[in-house]
Ligand binder design. Structure first.
Ligand code: URA
Length: 209
């Protein structure tokens, strides 16, 4: 699983354990998703482009660095991916945001797209696709294909929890896309839920169950 980067850090482990707990309520769940995404983003953004800029400190001129965040596109997969957007935008305030809406057909578990609105994307864009749960990988791979069709060459997938089945889908269909995640869980159940997982991330974020 060479495209998988599990960001192993005590802060992430601690916060993820609270998120997994079924007694954790929506407010804390949302805050923790935001906080862990912030920590994941630190690693996931490691290769984004910087340009050298000249500035003056109070004492002298130096060559510093600036991130070209206008070239960054953040694409949450609706709806649970929305819970990860704000922390990325805190770090990259000039990034543009696109949305891809995909739901899983409950019988086939295959992705059905119901929404897609993207900003201009080209081969110089860096695109961060966000979905807290990388389960079957069908939705993630679907989103990546849409982005590649628009010309994206540099795509990074950020998830909170990944299942081996989802990582395998990425390995097969888009091995060039690195996955950053807080944890690689054991497996999927017969309904496509990650075990041990944390349940339905969208339902827990938006209290829809
Ligand atoms: N989506 C979720 O929200 N949870 C899972 O376990 C799998 C997919």
């Amino acid at each position: 699983m060479k495209n998988l980067h599990v960001v192993d850090h005590p802060l992430i482990k601690h916060k993820l354990t609270i998120m997994r707990n079924k007694n954790t309520g929506p407010k804390e769940f949302r805050e923790l998703l935001r906080e862990i995404t912030f920590l994941l983003a630190y690693e996931a953004t490691r290769n984004i482009e910087t340009v050298e800029i000249e500035i003056e400190t109070p004492l002298e001129k130096i060559i510093g660095f600036a991130i070209e965040d206008k070239k960054v596109v953040v694409v949450p997969i609706l709806r649970a991916g929305l819970g990860m957007v704000d922390s990325i935008l805190e770090l990259l305030p000039n990034a543009s945001v696109g949305h891809v809406g995909v739901y899983r057909d409950p019988e086939t578990l295959k992705p059905v797209q119901y929404y897609c609105k993207l900003p201009p994307i080209d081969n110089s864009s860096t695109v961060f696709v966000l979905d807290p749960m990388l389960a079957t990988g069908f939705s993630g791979v679907h989103a990546v294909k849409i982005l590649k069709d628009r010309g994206a060459k540099n795509i990074v997938f950020v998830s909170l929890i990944a299942a081996p089945e989802g990582v395998q889908q990425f390995n097969i269909h888009c091995p060039d896309v690195p996955i950053y995640t807080a944890c690689l869980d054991r497996q999927l159940n017969e309904h496509g839920y990650i075990l041990p997982g944390l349940g339905d991330a969208g339902d827990r974020l938006y209290r829809t169950k």
